[in-house]
Unconditional design. Structure first.
Length: 85
């Protein structure tokens, strides 16, 4: 039986040379990050990162609310990332 797992991700828009990149982090889980050249790619890469991050955990941390994360990262996009485990 598949279980759904959801965590808020922070997407921060950054300029790198001539390119716009969206850096993605999961504040509830780790300092690991990924990125995408657009929001869709960043979210897809975030799903992959989330699967990797939770595979190393015996006990998963509680997910913060989007409001709490947005309060801590007011200049970023906060998006819920859901995976099946």
């Amino acid at each position: 039986m598949l279980t759904k797992l959801t965590y808020p991700a922070v997407l921060s828009k950054n300029q790198y040379e001539d390119q716009i990149l969206y850096n993605v982090t999961f504040p509830d889980i780790s300092t690991a990050n990924t990125y995408g050249t657009n929001i869709k790619d960043a979210r897809t890469n975030a799903e992959t990162l989330l699967k990797i991050l939770i595979s190393d955990k015996d006990k998963l941390p509680e997910s913060s609310t989007m409001v709490k994360i947005q309060d801590n990262y007011p200049d970023s996009i906060v998006s819920l990332i859901t995976i099946s485990i």
